[in-house]
Design a protein around this ligand. Sequence first.
Ligand code: DGL
Length: 227
Amino acid sequence: VFDSGLGGLCALKELHRILPDADLVYFGDTGRTPYGTRSPETIMKYAAQDARFLLSRNVRAILIACGTVSTVALNALKISLPVPVFGVVSAASREAAMSTKNGKIGVMGTGATISSGVFEHELKLINGSLEVTSVACPLLVPVVEYGFADDEIAYLSVKRSLQPVIDAGADTVILGCTHFPLLIKMLKKAAPHITFVDSGAAAAREIAAAFPDKNGSGAVHCCVSDT
Ligand code: DGL
């Protein structure tokens, strides 16, 4: 499992919950986070290096627990890596399409994720009549990274970021950035009527179903590239 930083730990936690015996390796690129403000070329370069680190640990499959890498670099990694690679887009889009009652779905992500249009494309492939409202939420990543998830500043940032999807009448919102589930308390407070889909957790369930590893030792190794 890898992420640009620590948000992907939410996906790791879900994977460990489902498959307590699987041996898991996590890599968080804390030295170079955030990725969401960078160019596709840089994101692809960093993602390839992150994946190579995991391959050096002999992993059998890779979960990209990062919305930004999943939307920008998934296809390139799938082609170039010798093991199966899973991103967060398809599982989360399926869950959101199943959850919505009014066919209006919001997507919250980093600037790079929203610019890619990948979530919207995937949702339209599932059901062409879905109405999708996508919002770049650059404020929310630093709020989480700096430990303000339970602070009033988080509530104000979440409320501001959610406004376009509330205005569009969405009843389901994909948290397309793996940091955002850490803001779930504030998201529910700001929009109690909305169902939030945790993209990292959805992807963890998808990879767990594909690799139901019950014969490991349950070891979890977490590595970072800086403090
Ligand atoms: N992990 C990133 C994502 O899920 C958020 C942080 C970043 O911008 O690197 O999109």
